[in-house]
Every structure is written in C-alpha cells, then in structure tokens.
Design a protein around this ligand. Structure first.
Ligand code: ATP
Ligand code: FE
Length: 359
C-alpha cells in the first residue's frame, strides 16, 4: 500500500508518503516526509497559540502535500489511500487537516483513514524497526505522557501515565522560568550538561506509590521556588545557577521516568505474559540523551529490547500517520463511515467512526 499522510494537530504541518505492508517481506519505506514547523510564529508567546496555529495550518497544508508528492515522485493516482490525523489535538488544526484530506480523497476517489495522533506515535516503532505485537510503549512528549501495551493497530491498553503535566511541558516551562527560550527541551538539556544535578534537591513525586502513574507539576513549583530563592538572595541567576537548576530538574524527570518504566514493564509482563518484549520510546522528550540512557538501562535490566525511533520520527510528523493508516487498512478497518475531527480521543477508548470514502 502507498499512503499519503496528513498531520496538523499541534504546531507542525506535515505531509508524507509511505509505502509498505505490516509484517511484509520488505521493510516499509518513507518515500517523502515534509514537516513545516511553526516554532517562529509561537516563540514570542512561549507556547502554542491555537488561533495562530489553525491559520498557519490552513496556509501550509496544500504546500506540504504538494511537496510530499513531488519528493516521493508520485501523484494522487499512485496512492491507495489518504490517512489524516483526526484527533486528539487543537480542534482548529485537526479540522484544517481533515478538510484538506477529505477534499483530496474526494477529488481522486481515494479511501480516507482517520488516524489517532497518539496511535501514530505509538505505531512508529513498527515503521522504523521490525517490532512485533505486543510491545510496551512509553509516549513522552509536550502534551502526553503514558505507558501503553500496544497489542494491535487498534488495541492499546494504558498502563499508567502522568496525572498532571507532561514532561515536555515541564521542560518548556522550566526553560521559560529560566529565560532560555522555546521549545525548552533541547535548551534545558544543553544547560544541564555542565550542571551539578545534586545541588538542588528536587522532588521525585509518586515514587512512594505503587503503579506507573507519574506527576510533574510539583517539580515545576519546586524549580520556581529554587529560582526565586536564588534571585532573592543574589539579585539574579548566574550561568552556574542556571546549569545546576537544569541539571537537577532533568535528573528528577529522568529518575521518575526510569522508576515508573521499571514498574510499567512489570505491569506489561503481568498483562501479556511476555518477559522478553520490546520497550519503545517516542515523543519529543525521547530525544533527551540522559533520559534515553536511563530508559535503555531499565530495559536491559529487565531483559527487554529497546528501541527509540530516529528523532525526526519521534516528534510530530506525517510519516507516522501514513503508517498508522496502512496498519489500520491492513487490519481490515471498515471503509464506510465518515471522519469526525475530535479534540479529545483517548487511545484505549472504542475508536470509531474512523474510515470514510472521502465523499
Ligand atoms: P503531542 O505530540 O503530545 O501533542 P508535542 O507536539 O509537543 O505534543 P513532540 O513534538 O513529540 O510533542 O515533542 C515536543 C516536546 O518535546 C517539547 O515539549 C520539547 O520541549 C520536548 N523536547 C524536545 N527535545 C527535548 C530534549 N532534548 N529534552 C527534553 N525534552 C525535549
Ligand atoms: Fe505528537
């Protein structure tokens, strides 16, 4: 199958062409993947502004699709289907993408597949690596943080997750508090590199409680308090202070994620009876070197394989949407309903209606 994917649920507009078949002899191939970011548009506001995002998506979608088709050296008539993110996300952006995909599908008489954005992230290890079901997924991004037992293209069981902020959001807020810029993850990681993680004793919330749930909002408060303490005492932050704050913050996030992953592996093994599966990590925070190293170690300790898709496929992109569409079609998803854009769409809820004719 050759499928065009369209993604516009957050602050990236993306289109991609992917060809392949789940479990086929040949590995799936990404024929093109175009991502047009909006970071510059939102930077001044320290976060994504929904109205600005929706307008930018509407402007960028056609261009991205045209470039994805050109890069893949194919036209709409070479496609078998169009897959589009139908949620969850900022509704204005999701709607822009769904309208664009609907128009293309109707014009070229192609089937349309609605994809859950999180399913896109969760199925990426099967696009980049030959990971088989079931596997354990840790999704850690700017908006999400959860452990999923991935048992099929449409079968996800949530094993735990953040009860408040996502770690990426905490990284972004930390960067904002320290005046580092946006998006915060890479900037905080760079600062943390020459910092002393021991200087500030940041909390490791919920480690005393069983299960794989996490909390990151207290960490943000602790960081603000530590910063305010230094400012009150010395009138400002030195480079050293900033580095130590970042290092302490990052170590706390890493410790929580590592310990909770250890527990999620236990929950996964109990549920599936598998003690030798794969731990896959995706989402922007998986790009963090220290966090990634910690997670690799837990997987190794438990006898699990570890995989993290390449960075460009960890953050928002449309190749993952095209691939999730391929997986759903191969799984026999019905082609008779119309796509609904939904701002909220939990992965483990009944996921319908999803597939339509585009008409
Ligand atoms: P979602 O996909 O859940 O809607 P999103 O689009 O914000 O959210 P991604 O694009 O997957 O998620 O990831 C972006 C997030 O990852 C940002 O919050 C960013 O700060 C964080 N991030 C990126 N690089 C790093 C890094 N090196 N260390 C920590 N966090 C990082
Ligand atoms: Fe995402």
């Amino acid at each position: 199958l050759t499928v065009l994917g369209v993604e516009s649920s957050c602050d990236d507009t993306a289109a991609a062409v992917v060809t392949g078949w789940p479990g086929g002899n040949d590995a799936p191939r990404i024929l093109s993947s175009v991502v047009s970011g909006q970071t510059d548009l939102h930077a001044a506001f320290g976060g994504v502004v929904p109205e600005i995002a929706a307008r930018a998506h509407a402007e960028q979608l056609d261009l991205c699709v045209a470039r994805a088709l050109a890069d893949a050296e194919c036209s709409l008539s070479d496609l078998d289907a169009i897959a589009v993110t139908a949620g969850p996300g900022l509704i204005g952006g999701v709607l822009s993408g769904v309208m664009c995909a609907r128009g293309l599908a109707a014009g070229a008489d192609l089937p349309l597949v609605g994809v859950n954005h999180l399913a896109g992230h969760a199925l990426t290890p099967r696009l980049t690596d030959s990971v088989t079901y079931p596997f354990l997924m840790l999704l850690v991004s700017g908006g999400h943080c959860q452990f999923l037992a991935v048992e099929g293209p449409d079968r996800f069981a949530r094993l735990g997750g953040s009860i408040d902020d996502a770690p990426g959001e905490a990284f972004d807020k930390t960067a904002k508090l320290l005046g580092l810029g946006y998006p915060g993850g890479p900037l905080v990681e760079a600062e943390a590199r020459d910092g002393d993680p021991e200087r500030f004793a940041f909390p490791r919330p919920l480690l005393d409680r069983p299960g794989a749930d996490m909390s990151f909002s207290g960490l943000k408060t602790a960081l603000r308090r530590a910063r305010d303490g230094i400012v009150a005492e010395k009138g400002g932050l030195t480079r050293r202070d900033r580095a130590d704050l970042c290092a302490g913050f990052q170590a706390a996030v890493r410790d929580v994620l590592v310990e909770k992953t250890r527990r999620a592996i236990g929950l996964f093994a109990d549920r599936t009876g598998r003690r030798d599966a794969t731990l896959a990590v995706a989402g922007g925070v998986a790009a963090n070197g220290a966090i990634r190293a910690g997670l690799e170690q837990v997987a190794a300790d438990a006898g699990f394989a570890f995989t993290a898709p390449p960075l460009a496929l960890c953050t928002d992109n449309a190749a993952m949407i095209a691939w999730a569409g391929i997986e759903r079609i191969a799984d026999g998803a019905a082609l008779d309903a119309s796509i609904t854009a939904r701002p909220r769409w939990p992965l483990d809820a009944a996921a319908r209606p999803l597939v339509g004719s585009g008409r």
